[in-house]
Design a protein around this ligand. Structure first.
Ligand code: C2E
Ligand code: MG
Ligand code: MG
Ligand code: MG
Length: 284
């Protein structure tokens, strides 16, 4: 009986896997089309200075406006795009949109003065990113100091020597650099100290338990102190409650991002939301 069960389970899984593989192939084809047919969108999430309450930057986050399924979030297609290599084209598309958007915000005299764009490990590891970024900046007419690139910890730590050179070339353009999801990868402090970056983004996994969870408190405090000691700006992701913002501000975390301040939203809605949120978010 057990044997039969085992076989049945195996058959079930193998069918599942086939379906999965086929779905993945279809997803890749659909995603490629989405890119060509203009179904991708860029939403912007505000980032606030925790002291002044001012919105200081915005992170560009990709979405897929699917004709039947509606708005699809990146977790559903970024991993597949990473595997298949399509991620490079997506990232460069998002980068160009974000640079255009930043330029038109500046022309309209609106803050934020900085837009942050996610760069996948794969695109970063390919090399030549500095040339592609320089090209997009030239094409969109955006000054490099208004652009920040978010690179994950693993992209930076896996091949540190080549990462350091790549980061330095990007920095020479005048672009700012942030390490995203800090604390979730395998960071080495030795390597971190030699990386030419400007900012650490504390992953929201460590922010969730603030201020009650003693371990999250210890980790958040340590990362903030580490960032200050290395002369880096520190940002906390995923702030949903004012208690979290209060704790982080009291512990000298510079910047905050999360639903408390605003969700990722279309560019034209960013300022409407920002105008009303800081006072509430910063009630002491
Ligand atoms: P990330 O770069 O760490 O971006 C922050 C994610 O946290 C976003 O999810 C954002 O919506 C979410 N978030 C922000 N505040 C809160 C909060 O208060 N509570 C909760 N529960 N979540 C919050 P999103 O937009 O679904 O993106 C997920 C991930 O997909 C991003 O994480 C990033 O790794 C990746 N991604 C998004 N856009 C791009 C892109 O253009 N290129 C690449 N390579 N990756 C991207
Ligand atoms: Mg990010
Ligand atoms: Mg992040
Ligand atoms: Mg994250």
């Amino acid at each position: 009986k057990a044997k039969n069960d085992g076989r049945a389970t195996y058959a079930f899984y193998s069918q599942e896997l086939t379906t999965c593989a086929r779905q993945r192939v279809e997803l890749i084809a659909a995603l490629r089309q989405a890119l060509e047919h203009g179904e991708l969108r860029v939403h912007y999430q505000p980032i606030h200075d925790l002291r002044s309450g001012q919105m200081v930057s915005a992170e560009a986050l990709v979405r897929w406006q699917h004709p039947e399924r509606g708005l699809v979030l990146p977790d559903e297609f970024i991993p597949v795009a990473e595997e298949n290599g399509l991620i490079g084209a997506i990232d460069l598309w998002v980068l160009e949109q974000a640079c255009r958007q930043m330029r038109s915000w500046l022309e309209a005299g609106q803050t934020p003065g900085l837009v942050a764009v996610n760069i996948s490990t794969r695109l970063f590891g390919r090399g030549g990113l500095d040339l592609q970024v320089a090209d997009i900046l030239a094409r969109t007419g955006l000054d490099a100091r208004h652009l920040e690139l978010e690179i994950t910890e693993s992209a930076v730590m896996d091949d540190p020597d080549s990462a350091r050179r790549q980061l330095q070339r990007l920095r020479d353009l005048g672009v700012r650099l942030a390490i995203d999801d800090f604390g979730t990868g395998h960071s080495s402090l030795q390597r971190l100290k030699s990386m030419p970056v400007d900012k650490l983004k504390i992953d929201r996994g460590f922010v969730a338990g603030l201020p009650a969870d003693g371990k999250d408190v210890a980790i958040a405090r340590s990362v903030i102190v580490l960032a200050h000691s290395l002369g880096l700006t520190v940002l906390a992701e995923g702030i949903e409650q004012s208690e979290q913002a209060d704790f982080l501000r009291r512990n000298h975390c510079h910047l905050g991002q999360g639903y408390l301040f605003g969700r990722p939203q279309p560019a034209e809605e960013l300022f409407r939301a920002a105008a009303v949120l800081p006072a509430k978010a910063l009630a002491d």
